[in-house]
Write a protein that binds this ligand. Structure first.
Ligand code: GLU
Length: 326
């Protein structure tokens, strides 16, 4: 935990002189713990967090113990970092922007200490409907049973932007359920909802689970309301979910989306953040192999694009050493 990590770091500094005489037990005291907020276990954030921790925990001299529990998603991760329960987290680029600038769901509550670390994979807003629901377009959601996402998730945040653009409320749907990301696929398969929304990298376990247990279709999001959203907000862009990733979904599907980003707080220890990014980028080929959604990642793009909060000093130090930023 953050508070723990800091006090351990401060303690380490204070005892530097005495360290020469330290007993082996002293090494124990120098361990620093970091906790990374992710998302549901069938999403990609969970893999990002686990992958980062795997590389950080292998560092020989840094003595950092990293863990990455499942959480409610982007907004929950921002709140967890703010409250000190999390040190770092994965959040959607729209949520990063809104939290830092105090807009959208963060209106009047700008989190100025939020710091960007790097961007990860692209995340299209993914609308999946049962084939027997009759849903073929976004407008067909009216009167249907839709899982709009748990409060705290990024998809809920982005779905609210879509609902606002459409002039919709929860009453637009016959049911607006708020299940966690990891519960959605089963709810769709069990016919408890007609459609689910997920802002997520592809391919992922959740959409795979849903499409292999029930006949379900990815629905395009490409109408005027979506064009308006993409025009209005700099952090949204058009994107495509490639065909052939999921059973019964052979065609490309047009939608819009964001990027997953890795963030922390200005309060996070510079050396810990430096070691974390070093662990990833010194082992980048290995990192990219940990999930197919990481396949096309490019190091320089990851540190220069899609970030709205300032870079954390520890991350910037490493990127400067690599010549990726000025
Ligand atoms: N984008 C989702 C969120 O912010 C999480 C996606 C994932 O877990 O991969 O809640």
């Amino acid at each position: 935990m953050k508070r723990h990590a800091f006090s351990a770091a401060a303690f380490t500094g204070a005892i530097l002189g005495a360290a020469m005489f330290a007993s082996p037990a002293m090494a124990q005291e120098e361990e620093k713990f970091i906790t990374i907020g992710t998302g549901g276990q069938t999403g990609v954030y969970y893999v990002v967090g686990q992958s980062v921790c795997r590389l950080v925990n292998r560092l020989e001299d840094a003595n950092i113990k990293c863990n990455a529990p499942s959480t409610g998603g982007s907004v929950a991760n921002i709140n967890g970092i703010k409250s000190g329960q999390l040190d770092m987290g994965v959040v959607q680029s729209d949520v990063q922007y809104q939290a830092y600038n105090g807009t959208g769901n963060f209106e009047g509550d700008a989190y100025e200490d939020l710091r960007a670390v790097f961007r990860v994979h692209g995340e299209p807003l993914t609308l999946l409907a049962r084939a027997d629901s009759g849903i073929e377009t976004l407008d067909d959601l009216e009167g249907k049973r839709v899982n709009i996402g748990n409060p705290g998730s990024g998809q809920r945040n982005t779905m609210e932007v879509v609902m606002e653009a459409k002039g919709w409320t929860k009453d637009t749907f016959s049911l607006a359920s708020q299940l966690d990301a990891a519960e959605q696929a089963a709810a769709l398969a069990d016919n408890n909802v007609d459609a689910m929304v997920y802002v997520v990298g592809h391919p992922n376990g959740s959409i795979q689970e849903a499409t292999t247990t029930v006949d379900a279709r990815l629905i395009p999001l490409n109408d005027e309301a979506i064009d308006g959203i993409v025009e209005e907000f700099p952090y949204y862009s058009k994107s495509v979910i490639p065909g052939g990733l999921y059973k019964g979904n052979d065609e490309d599907v047009e939608t819009f989306g964001v990027a997953a980003t890795f963030v922390t707080t200005a309060e996070a220890d510079e050396e810990i953040v430096y070691q974390t990014v070093k662990a990833i980028f010194d082992n980048f080929d290995r990192f990219k192999q940990l999930h197919p959604a990481f396949e096309n990642l490019d190091q320089e793009e990851m540190v220069t694009m899609g970030l709205s909060a300032p870079l954390h000093d520890g991350a910037a130090r490493y990127y400067r050493e690599q010549g990726w930023i000025e």
